[in-house]
Write a protein that binds this ligand. Structure first.
Ligand code: ZN
Length: 122
């Protein structure tokens, strides 16, 4: 419980998917800006913008695909357990993660489990 970051409010699998989606959106936006450089005929500067933004957009899209793939890989290697709070089957990444449905902190490590054992720290 003590080591769980307060910033992370979602399960890890969902977190990776969110980043993948954001990168995809960002990449598409960049490529649209790049295309605008060609469409609106801004001359040499337009072409430079098109190349730069197009390249960044492509890289971003590729990275997002990598993130999606990685999330898929992590998802298959994750431990599937039944959430004690909502009763649904959720995936656990590492030893401590949150339920994908109700965001309850779940852990495989008995030392960190706030429910079944008394906290060892302090
Ligand atoms: Zn749950």
């Amino acid at each position: 419980m003590a080591k769980t970051s307060k910033v992370m409010k979602s399960s890890k699998v969902n977190e990776f998917r969110l980043w993948g989606l954001l990168l995809t959106m960002g990449g598409m936006m960049m490529m649209i800006v790049g295309l605008a450089g060609i469409v609106f005929d801004w001359g040499t500067i337009g072409r430079v913008i098109a190349i730069i933004f197009g390249a960044i957009g492509m890289v971003s899209m590729l990275v997002s695909m990598g993130v999606y793939f990685w999330a898929g890989m992590l998802s298959t290697s994750a431990t599937v357990i039944e959430c004690p709070e909502c009763g649904k089957q959720t995936k656990l990444l590492g030893k401590t993660d949150r339920c994908m449905f109700c965001k309850t902190i779940l852990t495989l490590d008995p030392n960190l489990d706030p429910g079944t054992s008394t906290p060892s720290s302090n």
